[in-house]
Design a protein around this ligand. Structure first.
Ligand code: ACO
Length: 458
Protein backbone atom coordinates (compact mmCIF):
# COMPACT_ATOMS: atom_id res chain seq x y z
CA UNK A 1 0.00 0.00 0.00
CA UNK A 2 2.92 2.39 0.63
CA UNK A 3 4.21 1.75 -2.89
CA UNK A 4 0.76 2.55 -4.24
CA UNK A 5 0.01 5.63 -2.16
CA UNK A 6 3.43 7.07 -1.32
CA UNK A 7 5.49 6.09 -4.36
CA UNK A 8 9.00 7.46 -4.90
CA UNK A 9 9.06 6.47 -8.56
CA UNK A 10 5.96 6.82 -10.72
CA UNK A 11 5.32 5.83 -14.32
CA UNK A 12 2.52 7.69 -16.10
CA UNK A 13 1.33 5.17 -18.67
CA UNK A 14 -0.45 7.11 -21.39
CA UNK A 15 1.31 10.39 -20.61
CA UNK A 16 0.51 12.77 -23.43
CA UNK A 17 2.12 15.84 -24.96
CA UNK A 18 -1.31 17.20 -25.88
CA UNK A 19 -2.60 19.82 -23.42
CA UNK A 20 -6.15 19.08 -22.29
CA UNK A 21 -5.71 15.28 -22.31
CA UNK A 22 -5.81 13.47 -18.99
CA UNK A 23 -2.38 11.93 -19.64
CA UNK A 24 -0.93 15.43 -20.04
CA UNK A 25 -2.73 16.87 -17.02
CA UNK A 26 -1.44 14.14 -14.69
CA UNK A 27 2.20 14.83 -15.64
CA UNK A 28 1.62 18.59 -15.34
CA UNK A 29 -0.04 18.15 -11.93
CA UNK A 30 2.79 16.00 -10.59
CA UNK A 31 5.28 18.68 -11.64
CA UNK A 32 3.21 21.67 -10.47
CA UNK A 33 2.34 20.00 -7.16
CA UNK A 34 6.06 19.81 -6.42
CA UNK A 35 6.37 16.01 -6.38
CA UNK A 36 9.91 15.14 -5.28
CA UNK A 37 10.06 11.59 -6.60
CA UNK A 38 10.94 10.43 -10.11
CA UNK A 39 8.38 10.67 -12.92
CA UNK A 40 8.58 8.37 -15.93
CA UNK A 41 6.13 9.34 -18.68
CA UNK A 42 5.35 6.42 -21.02
CA UNK A 43 4.06 7.00 -24.54
CA UNK A 44 4.90 5.15 -27.78
CA UNK A 45 5.22 8.26 -29.94
CA UNK A 46 6.18 11.29 -27.79
CA UNK A 47 9.80 12.04 -26.89
CA UNK A 48 9.40 14.82 -24.33
CA UNK A 49 6.52 16.03 -22.17
CA UNK A 50 6.87 19.21 -20.12
CA UNK A 51 10.65 18.84 -20.15
CA UNK A 52 10.61 15.19 -19.06
CA UNK A 53 12.10 12.41 -21.17
CA UNK A 54 9.40 10.02 -22.40
CA UNK A 55 9.82 6.25 -22.54
CA UNK A 56 8.22 4.37 -25.45
CA UNK A 57 7.21 1.47 -23.19
CA UNK A 58 7.26 0.47 -19.53
CA UNK A 59 10.08 -1.98 -20.39
CA UNK A 60 12.27 0.97 -21.42
CA UNK A 61 12.17 2.64 -18.00
CA UNK A 62 15.77 2.34 -16.76
CA UNK A 63 14.97 1.23 -13.18
CA UNK A 64 12.27 -0.36 -11.04
CA UNK A 65 9.23 1.75 -10.20
CA UNK A 66 6.84 1.87 -7.25
CA UNK A 67 3.57 2.75 -8.95
CA UNK A 68 2.00 3.53 -12.29
CA UNK A 69 -0.74 6.02 -13.02
CA UNK A 70 -2.76 4.60 -15.91
CA UNK A 71 -4.35 6.96 -18.43
CA UNK A 72 -4.83 4.73 -21.47
CA UNK A 73 -8.13 3.32 -22.77
CA UNK A 74 -9.66 0.35 -20.90
CA UNK A 75 -8.85 -2.32 -23.49
CA UNK A 76 -5.14 -1.45 -23.32
CA UNK A 77 -4.78 -1.62 -19.51
CA UNK A 78 -4.56 -5.38 -18.92
CA UNK A 79 -1.55 -5.87 -21.25
CA UNK A 80 0.50 -3.36 -19.19
CA UNK A 81 0.39 -5.51 -16.05
CA UNK A 82 3.12 -7.98 -17.03
CA UNK A 83 5.50 -5.13 -17.79
CA UNK A 84 4.65 -3.36 -14.54
CA UNK A 85 5.18 -6.63 -12.67
CA UNK A 86 8.60 -6.97 -14.30
CA UNK A 87 9.46 -3.46 -13.08
CA UNK A 88 8.60 -4.38 -9.49
CA UNK A 89 5.62 -2.03 -9.31
CA UNK A 90 3.57 -2.23 -6.12
CA UNK A 91 0.57 -0.23 -7.24
CA UNK A 92 -1.58 0.80 -10.20
CA UNK A 93 -3.61 3.99 -9.96
CA UNK A 94 -6.09 3.27 -12.74
CA UNK A 95 -7.80 6.50 -13.81
CA UNK A 96 -9.33 4.81 -16.87
CA UNK A 97 -13.11 4.33 -16.96
CA UNK A 98 -15.00 1.60 -18.82
CA UNK A 99 -14.79 -1.44 -16.54
CA UNK A 100 -17.40 -2.90 -14.17
CA UNK A 101 -19.41 0.34 -14.12
CA UNK A 102 -20.33 -0.34 -17.77
CA UNK A 103 -20.79 -4.07 -17.23
CA UNK A 104 -17.21 -5.22 -18.00
CA UNK A 105 -16.85 -7.01 -14.67
CA UNK A 106 -14.76 -9.82 -16.13
CA UNK A 107 -12.15 -7.40 -17.53
CA UNK A 108 -11.89 -5.72 -14.13
CA UNK A 109 -11.60 -9.06 -12.33
CA UNK A 110 -8.85 -10.21 -14.69
CA UNK A 111 -6.96 -6.97 -14.17
CA UNK A 112 -7.00 -7.35 -10.39
CA UNK A 113 -6.14 -11.04 -10.48
CA UNK A 114 -3.17 -10.49 -12.73
CA UNK A 115 -1.96 -7.41 -10.84
CA UNK A 116 -2.26 -9.17 -7.47
CA UNK A 117 -0.29 -12.14 -8.84
CA UNK A 118 2.68 -9.72 -9.11
CA UNK A 119 1.96 -8.21 -5.69
CA UNK A 120 0.50 -5.09 -7.33
CA UNK A 121 -2.49 -3.42 -5.64
CA UNK A 122 -5.04 -1.71 -7.88
CA UNK A 123 -6.68 1.59 -6.96
CA UNK A 124 -9.76 2.17 -9.13
CA UNK A 125 -10.42 1.87 -11.99
CA UNK A 126 -12.63 4.83 -12.86
CA UNK A 127 -10.91 7.33 -10.55
CA UNK A 128 -9.46 10.82 -10.47
CA UNK A 129 -6.25 9.72 -8.73
CA UNK A 130 -4.40 10.37 -5.47
CA UNK A 131 -3.51 13.76 -3.96
CA UNK A 132 -1.23 14.20 -0.96
CA UNK A 133 -0.11 17.50 0.51
CA UNK A 134 2.55 15.99 2.76
CA UNK A 135 4.11 14.22 -0.26
CA UNK A 136 3.46 17.18 -2.60
CA UNK A 137 1.92 14.62 -4.92
CA UNK A 138 -0.94 15.54 -7.20
CA UNK A 139 -1.22 12.19 -8.97
CA UNK A 140 -4.57 13.05 -10.47
CA UNK A 141 -6.43 15.22 -12.91
CA UNK A 142 -7.93 17.35 -10.13
CA UNK A 143 -6.72 20.93 -10.64
CA UNK A 144 -4.46 21.40 -7.59
CA UNK A 145 -3.63 20.05 -4.15
CA UNK A 146 -6.32 20.82 -1.54
CA UNK A 147 -6.02 23.33 1.28
CA UNK A 148 -3.47 21.87 3.68
CA UNK A 149 -4.96 20.20 6.70
CA UNK A 150 -5.14 17.12 8.85
CA UNK A 151 -8.16 15.26 7.43
CA UNK A 152 -7.89 12.72 4.62
CA UNK A 153 -10.82 11.97 2.36
CA UNK A 154 -11.64 8.79 0.48
CA UNK A 155 -14.31 9.26 -2.17
CA UNK A 156 -16.13 6.79 -4.32
CA UNK A 157 -17.11 9.65 -6.61
CA UNK A 158 -14.30 11.23 -8.60
CA UNK A 159 -16.22 14.35 -9.54
CA UNK A 160 -17.15 14.95 -5.93
CA UNK A 161 -13.50 14.60 -4.93
CA UNK A 162 -12.56 17.28 -7.46
CA UNK A 163 -15.33 19.51 -6.13
CA UNK A 164 -14.18 18.99 -2.53
CA UNK A 165 -10.60 19.73 -3.59
CA UNK A 166 -11.57 23.18 -4.88
CA UNK A 167 -14.12 23.84 -2.15
CA UNK A 168 -11.59 23.09 0.61
CA UNK A 169 -10.21 26.63 0.13
CA UNK A 170 -13.46 28.55 0.42
CA UNK A 171 -14.81 26.32 3.19
CA UNK A 172 -11.54 26.46 5.13
CA UNK A 173 -11.48 22.67 5.63
CA UNK A 174 -7.98 21.35 5.08
CA UNK A 175 -6.99 17.89 3.87
CA UNK A 176 -3.72 16.04 3.72
CA UNK A 177 -4.86 13.38 1.27
CA UNK A 178 -7.70 13.02 -1.20
CA UNK A 179 -8.00 9.46 -2.51
CA UNK A 180 -10.38 8.52 -5.31
CA UNK A 181 -11.54 4.91 -4.95
CA UNK A 182 -13.99 4.53 -7.86
CA UNK A 183 -14.98 0.96 -8.65
CA UNK A 184 -13.02 -0.45 -5.66
CA UNK A 185 -11.96 -3.45 -7.72
CA UNK A 186 -9.17 -4.24 -5.27
CA UNK A 187 -8.27 -1.52 -2.75
CA UNK A 188 -11.43 -0.74 -0.80
CA UNK A 189 -12.54 1.44 2.10
CA UNK A 190 -11.26 -1.10 4.65
CA UNK A 191 -7.74 -1.07 3.14
CA UNK A 192 -7.63 2.71 3.13
CA UNK A 193 -9.01 3.11 6.65
CA UNK A 194 -6.34 0.71 7.91
CA UNK A 195 -3.60 2.52 5.97
CA UNK A 196 -4.72 6.05 6.86
CA UNK A 197 -5.00 5.02 10.51
CA UNK A 198 -1.21 4.59 10.43
CA UNK A 199 -0.57 7.75 8.42
CA UNK A 200 1.07 10.38 10.67
CA UNK A 201 -0.32 13.23 8.56
CA UNK A 202 -3.96 12.16 8.90
CA UNK A 203 -5.93 12.93 12.08
CA UNK A 204 -9.44 12.19 10.77
CA UNK A 205 -10.71 9.94 7.98
CA UNK A 206 -13.55 11.32 5.92
CA UNK A 207 -15.53 9.07 3.56
CA UNK A 208 -17.97 9.57 0.71
CA UNK A 209 -19.64 6.18 0.29
CA UNK A 210 -22.08 4.92 -2.30
CA UNK A 211 -21.84 1.25 -1.36
CA UNK A 212 -19.58 -1.40 0.17
CA UNK A 213 -18.19 -4.49 -1.46
CA UNK A 214 -17.65 -6.14 1.92
CA UNK A 215 -19.47 -4.57 4.87
CA UNK A 216 -17.87 -6.86 7.42
CA UNK A 217 -14.32 -5.85 6.45
CA UNK A 218 -15.36 -2.20 6.62
CA UNK A 219 -16.77 -2.58 10.13
CA UNK A 220 -13.69 -4.44 11.34
CA UNK A 221 -11.25 -1.88 9.90
CA UNK A 222 -13.24 1.05 11.30
CA UNK A 223 -13.59 -0.54 14.74
CA UNK A 224 -9.85 -1.08 14.88
CA UNK A 225 -9.05 2.50 13.91
CA UNK A 226 -8.07 4.95 16.62
CA UNK A 227 -8.80 8.07 14.61
CA UNK A 228 -12.25 9.52 14.06
CA UNK A 229 -13.98 8.39 10.88
CA UNK A 230 -16.87 10.30 9.36
CA UNK A 231 -19.02 8.99 6.52
CA UNK A 232 -21.45 10.56 4.12
CA UNK A 233 -23.56 7.75 2.70
CA UNK A 234 -25.23 8.51 -0.61
CA UNK A 235 -27.77 6.48 -2.50
CA UNK A 236 -30.11 5.87 0.42
CA UNK A 237 -33.30 6.51 -1.56
CA UNK A 238 -34.55 3.87 -4.04
CA UNK A 239 -33.75 6.10 -7.00
CA UNK A 240 -30.41 7.16 -5.48
CA UNK A 241 -29.43 3.50 -5.03
CA UNK A 242 -30.06 2.85 -8.72
CA UNK A 243 -27.98 5.91 -9.63
CA UNK A 244 -25.12 4.67 -7.43
CA UNK A 245 -25.26 1.23 -9.07
CA UNK A 246 -24.74 2.70 -12.54
CA UNK A 247 -22.13 5.20 -11.26
CA UNK A 248 -19.63 2.92 -9.55
CA UNK A 249 -21.31 -0.45 -9.88
CA UNK A 250 -21.75 -0.70 -6.11
CA UNK A 251 -24.74 -2.00 -4.25
CA UNK A 252 -26.17 0.82 -2.22
CA UNK A 253 -28.81 0.02 0.38
CA UNK A 254 -31.26 1.04 3.02
CA UNK A 255 -30.20 3.94 5.21
CA UNK A 256 -31.07 1.87 8.28
CA UNK A 257 -28.73 -0.96 7.38
CA UNK A 258 -25.85 1.42 6.78
CA UNK A 259 -26.73 3.43 9.89
CA UNK A 260 -26.49 0.26 11.98
CA UNK A 261 -23.18 -0.67 10.36
CA UNK A 262 -21.73 2.78 11.05
CA UNK A 263 -22.91 2.61 14.65
CA UNK A 264 -21.32 -0.79 15.08
CA UNK A 265 -18.13 0.44 13.45
CA UNK A 266 -17.89 3.61 15.56
CA UNK A 267 -18.25 5.81 12.46
CA UNK A 268 -19.77 9.28 12.80
CA UNK A 269 -22.28 10.12 10.09
CA UNK A 270 -22.74 13.28 8.04
CA UNK A 271 -26.23 14.08 6.82
CA UNK A 272 -25.13 15.90 3.66
CA UNK A 273 -22.12 17.45 1.96
CA UNK A 274 -22.18 20.60 4.11
CA UNK A 275 -22.30 18.44 7.20
CA UNK A 276 -19.36 16.37 5.91
CA UNK A 277 -17.25 19.53 5.61
CA UNK A 278 -18.36 20.96 8.97
CA UNK A 279 -17.90 17.77 10.96
CA UNK A 280 -14.65 16.86 9.20
CA UNK A 281 -13.28 20.20 10.38
CA UNK A 282 -14.06 19.61 14.05
CA UNK A 283 -13.09 15.93 14.00
CA UNK A 284 -9.76 16.75 12.35
CA UNK A 285 -8.82 19.62 14.67
CA UNK A 286 -10.25 18.83 18.11
CA UNK A 287 -10.12 15.96 20.62
CA UNK A 288 -13.18 13.79 21.41
CA UNK A 289 -15.72 15.14 23.90
CA UNK A 290 -15.57 12.62 26.72
CA UNK A 291 -18.67 13.62 28.69
CA UNK A 292 -22.10 15.18 28.08
CA UNK A 293 -21.59 18.58 29.72
CA UNK A 294 -21.50 21.23 27.03
CA UNK A 295 -21.09 24.88 27.99
CA UNK A 296 -22.02 27.70 25.62
CA UNK A 297 -20.52 31.18 26.11
CA UNK A 298 -21.99 34.01 24.05
CA UNK A 299 -22.33 37.77 23.78
CA UNK A 300 -25.78 37.45 22.21
CA UNK A 301 -28.97 36.04 23.73
CA UNK A 302 -30.46 35.09 20.35
CA UNK A 303 -27.54 33.02 19.14
CA UNK A 304 -27.42 31.48 22.63
CA UNK A 305 -31.04 30.32 22.24
CA UNK A 306 -30.35 29.01 18.73
CA UNK A 307 -27.36 27.09 20.11
CA UNK A 308 -29.53 25.69 22.91
CA UNK A 309 -32.08 24.37 20.41
CA UNK A 310 -29.32 22.95 18.24
CA UNK A 311 -27.70 21.25 21.25
CA UNK A 312 -30.91 19.35 22.02
CA UNK A 313 -31.37 18.41 18.36
CA UNK A 314 -27.75 17.25 18.09
CA UNK A 315 -27.89 14.99 21.15
CA UNK A 316 -25.91 17.16 23.57
CA UNK A 317 -28.72 19.05 25.44
CA UNK A 318 -27.51 21.89 27.65
CA UNK A 319 -27.76 21.60 31.41
CA UNK A 320 -27.52 24.47 33.88
CA UNK A 321 -23.94 24.95 35.04
CA UNK A 322 -23.27 24.06 38.72
CA UNK A 323 -23.45 26.85 41.29
CA UNK A 324 -19.68 27.31 41.65
CA UNK A 325 -19.29 27.68 37.88
CA UNK A 326 -22.12 30.21 37.73
CA UNK A 327 -20.70 32.18 40.68
CA UNK A 328 -17.30 32.55 39.03
CA UNK A 329 -18.72 33.40 35.60
CA UNK A 330 -20.96 36.07 37.14
CA UNK A 331 -17.79 38.04 37.91
CA UNK A 332 -17.18 38.55 34.18
CA UNK A 333 -20.51 39.96 33.05
CA UNK A 334 -22.86 42.79 33.96
CA UNK A 335 -25.69 42.32 36.46
CA UNK A 336 -28.16 41.58 33.67
CA UNK A 337 -26.03 38.81 32.13
CA UNK A 338 -26.75 35.11 32.68
CA UNK A 339 -24.31 32.50 33.95
CA UNK A 340 -26.67 29.55 33.72
CA UNK A 341 -25.86 27.97 30.34
CA UNK A 342 -25.90 29.38 27.76
CA UNK A 343 -23.64 31.86 29.50
CA UNK A 344 -24.65 35.27 28.17
CA UNK A 345 -21.85 37.79 28.68
CA UNK A 346 -24.16 40.31 26.91
CA UNK A 347 -23.41 42.66 24.04
CA UNK A 348 -21.09 44.59 26.37
CA UNK A 349 -18.61 41.73 26.36
CA UNK A 350 -15.11 42.55 25.16
CA UNK A 351 -12.03 40.37 24.82
CA UNK A 352 -11.29 40.45 28.56
CA UNK A 353 -14.66 39.00 29.64
CA UNK A 354 -14.48 36.34 26.97
CA UNK A 355 -10.95 35.43 27.99
CA UNK A 356 -11.61 35.32 31.72
CA UNK A 357 -14.75 33.19 31.39
CA UNK A 358 -13.24 30.80 28.82
CA UNK A 359 -10.01 30.36 30.80
CA UNK A 360 -11.97 29.46 33.92
CA UNK A 361 -14.75 27.39 32.33
CA UNK A 362 -12.56 25.32 30.02
CA UNK A 363 -10.43 24.20 32.96
CA UNK A 364 -13.42 23.40 35.20
CA UNK A 365 -13.93 19.63 35.65
CA UNK A 366 -17.70 19.91 35.04
CA UNK A 367 -17.19 21.22 31.51
CA UNK A 368 -16.61 18.50 28.87
CA UNK A 369 -16.80 20.73 25.81
CA UNK A 370 -17.16 24.42 25.00
CA UNK A 371 -18.92 26.37 22.25
CA UNK A 372 -18.04 30.07 22.03
CA UNK A 373 -20.41 32.36 20.13
CA UNK A 374 -19.84 35.94 19.07
CA UNK A 375 -22.08 38.45 17.30
CA UNK A 376 -20.11 41.25 15.64
CA UNK A 377 -20.61 44.52 17.57
CA UNK A 378 -19.32 48.01 16.79
CA UNK A 379 -17.32 48.14 20.03
CA UNK A 380 -15.33 44.97 19.38
CA UNK A 381 -12.80 43.79 16.83
CA UNK A 382 -13.61 40.21 15.74
CA UNK A 383 -9.96 39.34 15.14
CA UNK A 384 -9.05 40.54 18.60
CA UNK A 385 -11.88 38.45 20.09
CA UNK A 386 -10.65 35.43 18.07
CA UNK A 387 -7.10 35.87 19.35
CA UNK A 388 -8.46 36.27 22.88
CA UNK A 389 -10.39 32.99 22.58
CA UNK A 390 -7.31 31.13 21.40
CA UNK A 391 -5.16 32.66 24.15
CA UNK A 392 -7.69 31.75 26.83
CA UNK A 393 -7.84 28.14 25.60
CA UNK A 394 -4.04 27.92 25.63
CA UNK A 395 -3.82 29.63 29.05
CA UNK A 396 -6.35 27.19 30.52
CA UNK A 397 -3.72 24.47 29.98
CA UNK A 398 -6.43 22.05 28.80
CA UNK A 399 -5.69 20.00 25.68
CA UNK A 400 -8.08 17.06 26.01
CA UNK A 401 -11.42 18.86 25.63
CA UNK A 402 -12.93 20.21 22.44
CA UNK A 403 -13.95 23.77 21.59
CA UNK A 404 -15.83 25.09 18.57
CA UNK A 405 -16.69 28.68 17.73
CA UNK A 406 -19.28 30.59 15.75
CA UNK A 407 -18.92 34.21 14.68
CA UNK A 408 -22.01 35.79 13.16
CA UNK A 409 -21.19 38.94 11.27
CA UNK A 410 -19.61 40.33 8.13
CA UNK A 411 -16.24 40.25 6.43
CA UNK A 412 -14.33 41.04 9.64
CA UNK A 413 -15.91 38.03 11.31
CA UNK A 414 -15.05 35.87 8.29
CA UNK A 415 -11.43 36.99 8.56
CA UNK A 416 -11.42 36.21 12.29
CA UNK A 417 -12.84 32.74 11.67
CA UNK A 418 -10.16 32.09 9.04
CA UNK A 419 -7.59 32.97 11.67
CA UNK A 420 -9.22 30.65 14.21
CA UNK A 421 -9.23 27.67 11.82
CA UNK A 422 -5.61 28.32 10.85
CA UNK A 423 -4.88 28.21 14.56
CA UNK A 424 -6.63 24.90 15.15
CA UNK A 425 -10.06 26.06 16.33
CA UNK A 426 -13.04 25.06 14.15
CA UNK A 427 -15.15 28.16 13.44
CA UNK A 428 -18.52 28.38 11.73
CA UNK A 429 -20.84 31.10 10.45
CA UNK A 430 -23.87 29.97 12.45
CA UNK A 431 -24.31 28.78 16.08
CA UNK A 432 -26.11 25.54 15.17
CA UNK A 433 -23.13 24.53 12.99
CA UNK A 434 -20.67 25.04 15.86
CA UNK A 435 -22.92 22.96 18.14
CA UNK A 436 -23.39 20.23 15.54
CA UNK A 437 -19.62 20.14 15.01
CA UNK A 438 -18.89 19.60 18.70
CA UNK A 439 -21.74 17.04 18.85
CA UNK A 440 -19.79 15.01 16.26
CA UNK A 441 -16.90 14.85 18.75
CA UNK A 442 -19.32 13.65 21.45
CA UNK A 443 -20.85 11.03 19.12
CA UNK A 444 -17.38 9.78 18.28
CA UNK A 445 -16.40 9.46 21.94
CA UNK A 446 -19.68 7.71 22.79
CA UNK A 447 -19.35 5.20 19.99
CA UNK A 448 -15.74 4.49 20.83
CA UNK A 449 -16.75 3.82 24.44
CA UNK A 450 -19.37 1.37 23.14
CA UNK A 451 -16.81 -0.28 20.87
CA UNK A 452 -14.38 -0.55 23.76
CA UNK A 453 -17.03 -2.01 26.09
CA UNK A 454 -18.02 -4.64 23.52
CA UNK A 455 -14.41 -5.58 22.97
CA UNK A 456 -13.85 -6.17 26.75
CA UNK A 457 -13.74 -9.84 27.76
CA UNK A 458 -16.70 -10.88 29.96
N1 ACO B 1 1.33 2.71 -23.31
C1 ACO B 1 1.63 4.02 -23.33
N2 ACO B 1 0.88 4.93 -23.96
C2 ACO B 1 -0.22 4.51 -24.58
C3 ACO B 1 -0.59 3.16 -24.60
C4 ACO B 1 0.23 2.23 -23.92
N3 ACO B 1 -0.03 0.94 -23.88
N4 ACO B 1 -1.73 3.06 -25.29
C5 ACO B 1 -2.07 4.29 -25.68
N5 ACO B 1 -1.16 5.18 -25.25
C6 ACO B 1 -1.13 6.62 -25.42
C7 ACO B 1 -1.88 7.12 -26.62
O1 ACO B 1 -1.08 7.06 -27.76
C8 ACO B 1 -2.22 8.53 -26.20
O2 ACO B 1 -1.10 9.38 -26.40
P1 ACO B 1 -1.18 10.69 -27.34
O3 ACO B 1 -1.96 11.70 -26.58
O4 ACO B 1 0.24 11.06 -27.54
O5 ACO B 1 -1.88 10.26 -28.61
C9 ACO B 1 -2.42 8.42 -24.70
O6 ACO B 1 -1.83 7.17 -24.32
C10 ACO B 1 -3.88 8.35 -24.30
O7 ACO B 1 -4.55 7.43 -25.11
P2 ACO B 1 -5.83 7.84 -25.98
O8 ACO B 1 -6.18 6.68 -26.82
O9 ACO B 1 -5.62 9.15 -26.66
O10 ACO B 1 -6.92 7.97 -24.86
P3 ACO B 1 -7.62 9.26 -24.27
O11 ACO B 1 -6.63 10.18 -23.66
O12 ACO B 1 -8.56 9.82 -25.22
O13 ACO B 1 -8.46 8.53 -23.11
C11 ACO B 1 -8.63 7.83 -20.88
C12 ACO B 1 -7.84 7.74 -22.16
C13 ACO B 1 -8.59 9.26 -20.36
C14 ACO B 1 -8.01 6.93 -19.86
C15 ACO B 1 -10.11 7.44 -21.18
O14 ACO B 1 -10.15 6.16 -21.74
C16 ACO B 1 -10.98 7.41 -19.95
O15 ACO B 1 -11.12 6.41 -19.29
N6 ACO B 1 -11.57 8.58 -19.61
C17 ACO B 1 -12.37 8.74 -18.41
C18 ACO B 1 -11.47 8.91 -17.20
C19 ACO B 1 -12.23 9.39 -15.99
O16 ACO B 1 -13.03 10.30 -16.08
N7 ACO B 1 -11.95 8.78 -14.83
C20 ACO B 1 -12.47 9.23 -13.58
C21 ACO B 1 -13.87 8.95 -13.38
S1 ACO B 1 -14.43 9.89 -12.02
C22 ACO B 1 -15.14 11.30 -12.63
O17 ACO B 1 -16.21 11.21 -13.08
C23 ACO B 1 -14.41 12.58 -12.61
Amino acid sequence: MNGLLRPNKIAVVGASATPGKIGYTVVKNLLEGGYQGKIYPVNPSATEILGLKVYPSIRDIPEDIDAAIITIPAKAVLPTVDELGAKGAKGMIVITSGFSEVGLKELERELVEKANSYGIRVLGPNIVGVLSNSDKMNGSFAPFLPLEGKASLVSQSGALLIAIDAASYIRRVGFDKLISIGNMSDVDFADLITWLNEDPNTSCISLYIEGFRDGRRFIEAARNANKPIIALKAGVSAHGAAAAASHTGSLAGAAKVYGAAFQQAGVVQATDLNDLFNRTLSLSLQPPMKGDNLLVITNGGGVGVLATDAAEKSGVPLKFAPADVQAELKKHMPEFGSAKNPVDLTGMAGTEWYQASIRFAFAHPWVDGLVVLYCETAMTDPLEIAKGIKKAIVDSGVTDKPVTVSFVGGERSEEAMRWLVENGIPAYGAPDLAVNAIAALREYARMKEIVREEAMPC
